[in-house]
Design a protein around this ligand. Structure first.
Ligand SMILES: C[S@@+](CC[C@H](N)C(=O)[O-])C[C@H]1O[C@@H](n2cnc3c(N)ncnc32)[C@H](O)[C@@H]1O
Length: 312
């Protein structure tokens, strides 16, 4: 029998790449309450999973793009219905696609999550840390591709006085954000937005913060219009949590499978090199670039990139 292992402050700090002992009491407390436990999988099990996952990838997944607008419209309509029928319980905003699998990727291997909804719980703790570390000093938050609005709701609970705009191309996603204001009194407004065609009249103040979480993922290599829009607006901070193709290591079979999955779905490609070019040109400062080596069965959506556009 393999012994269970846990993710406590030491493991969390190592994943984030921050010095031991740096996590504050709040994150340590959240980790201790969550008791994140998993079962390691032996070498034979790793090989079995690699074969199984390779077959699933070979069988094919849908590719991202405009043709998926209808899918997102339906997903978020269903979530809105669920939110309303729950009596506006914030837990009803947790998207189905998080925590869908008990097989997870952790530090270069597959593991089996023991804690219920492992992926969601990990995400909630990481997000709490990320918001408090990088988005505490802004005067307005804009989340682009906000989906069920569970990220902006979590932000509003931490910073109730900061206005938030939640933007998405799916009408129900925009509506959920408005319902959070109407029913829960949060300072959140929804607004329609298409990454493929940002509207220049939507201006972001110089004290504002921009967030994308597993959203640019959906636009492949077509992030140029959005990046130009953000650079032109010069918000104070930009935080991305996105699967990042360039940080996988093709020499490792475990990473190679994530690369194949990412390629097949035509997920985000080229954003990090584009940000590095902006930095070389003096237009941006990258404050954090970190692959957490944590993810679901197929890939890792939790790579963090934080950057500041250079003020004029
Ligand atoms: C995987 S979901 C992530 C949602 C949310 N950020 C989260 O963390 O759960 C991707 C989101 O991107 C939105 N999206 C996809 N393509 C888009 C586009 N071209 N413009 C605006 N939103 C888009 C979808 O409607 C969906 O809400």
């Amino acid at each position: 029998m393999t012994a269970e292992k846990g993710i406590g402050p030491k493991e969390f700090e190592a994943a984030l790449g921050i010095p031991a002992g740096e996590l504050d009491a709040r994150t340590c407390g959240l980790l201790s309450d969550a008791r994140l436990r998993y079962l390691p999988i032996d070498d034979a099990g790793q090989v079995r999973l690699q074969d199984e996952i390779a077959k699933q990838i070979a069988n094919g997944f849908t590719i991202v793009g405009e043709h998926r607008a209808g899918i997102w419209r339906d997903v978020w309509q269903e979530q809105l219905d669920l939110f309303e029928s729950s009596g506006y319980d914030l837990k009803a905003l947790n998207p189905k696609f998080v925590a869908g699998s008990s097989i997870l990727r952790w530090q270069g291997a597959y593991v089996r999550g023991v804690t219920e909804q492992f992926e969601l719980v990990f995400l909630e703790i990481m997000r709490d840390w990320l918001f408090r570390t990088f988005l505490a000093d802004i005067d307005h938050l804009y989340e682009f591709g906000s989906g069920s609005a569970f990220n902006v709701a979590a932000y509003a609970e931490l910073f109730p006085e900061t206005p938030i705009t939640a933007l998405d191309w799916a009408p129900a996603a925009v509506r959920i954000a408005d319902v959070l204001r109407e029913r829960r009194g949060m300072k959140i407004a929804g607004r329609r937005f298409d990454f493929f065609a940002p509207e220049p009249e939507l201006t972001l103040g110089t004290g504002s913060g921009v967030l994308t979480m597993c959203a640019l993922e959906q636009i492949g290599d077509r992030f140029g219009a959005f990046l130009d829009y953000v650079v032109a607006n010069r918000p104070r901070r930009v935080v991305h949590v996105e699967p990042t193709f360039e940080l996988y290591d093709p020499s490792r079979p475990h990473d190679q499978l994530a690369i194949e999955y990412h390629r097949q779905r035509k997920y985000l490609k080229g954003l990090l090199p584009a940000l590095e070019r902006l930095e070389a040109e003096g237009k941006a400062t990258i404050r954090l670039k970190r692959r957490l080596r944590f993810g679901s069965r197929f890939h890792e959506c939790f790579t963090i990139v934080v950057w500041d556009p250079t003020p004029t």
